[in-house]
Ligand binder design. Structure first.
Ligand code: HPA
Length: 252
């Protein structure tokens, strides 16, 4: 059976145009329930399974997402590769609102989240290599796809994962910038690390929905975020459809 491509959608992710929805699977995992039922289907004949990270009603905040259950469930469905869609704030000038960003590194500022599958085996602990947190082939495919479509996208950059749900202070963003962060979001970790622990290929497609705190001289309002999110998600849609169309069923 062909492995489905997993898509974990963030804020603003609902349905993908052209997605032929099949069965919904409500799973219970050893780590509890995932954020929502997993939706199986096809996109251009490619098997796909989608999961809404913030729940079907979008009401699970970043620090309450059950990342372990989500990743476990995705793997249980047979997926080997995960595309994570995430709304982010732009820190670097190159990360302007509306742009898609495919980060190649991350810095984790989150705390107090269940962040590992390790610890249940009293006999051993595995320290996974996380030098390169994102799958290089999957990321490259996404970048190629965006470029073929002529989408305004940034290849590379560093994702700073903050705790939320509040947005950052200007000083915090200045610190993240000094740390080398290009964009800031609240869900990139521990998701990426858990995917690595499960040996899943994982790449992030970030949608810049606002200039990060202190970057525009204006307050960050939900109206601004929503407007950029809507336009950004249309591009994500195009990207996913083209990705499915141009990649063979069992490759990234
Ligand atoms: N900061 C953190 N997370 C975000 C932001 C931001 O400015 N915008 C969207 N997600």
């Amino acid at each position: 059976m062909t492995a489905p491509l997993a898509i974990v959608g963030g804020t603003g992710f609902t349905a993908i145009a052209g997605f032929h929805e099949g069965r919904r699977e409500s799973l219970v995992t050893p780590y509890g329930a995932p954020s929502a039922p997993l939706v199986h289907g096809t996109l251009h004949d490619r098997p796909v399974v989608t999961l809404q990270r913030h729940g079907a009603r979008g009401n699970i905040p970043p620090h309450r997402v059950n990342y372990r259950a989500n990743l476990w469930a995705v793997q249980h469905c047979g997926a080997r590769d995960v595309i994570a869609i995430a709304a982010v704030g732009g820190i670097a000038a190159a990360a302007s609102p509306g742009r898609l960003v495919f980060p190649e590194q991350l810095v984790d500022y989150t705390y107090g989240r269940e962040h590992t599958f390790e610890g249940s085996d009293p006999a051993s602990v595995r320290h996974v290599d996380f030098t390169h947190p994102y799958s290089a082939p999957l990321r490259a495919r996404l970048v190629q796809t965006a470029s073929r479509l002529g989408l305004d996208a940034l290849d590379g950059g560093v994702y700073g994962a903050t705790q939320g749900p509040r947005l950052e202070t200007a000083a915090e963003i200045a610190k993240l910038e000094r740390d080398g962060c290009t964009v800031v979001g609240m869900t990139g970790m521990p998701e990426a690390a858990l995917a690595r622990e499960l040996d899943l290929g994982y790449a992030c497609c970030a949608v810049v929905v606002n200039p990060a705190a202190g970057k525009s001289g204006e307050a960050i309002t939900m109206d601004v975020i929503r407007a950029n999110l809507q336009a950004g998600m249309q591009r994500v849609d195009e990207l996913l459809v083209e990705f499915a169309r141009t990649t063979a069923k069992d490759e990234v």
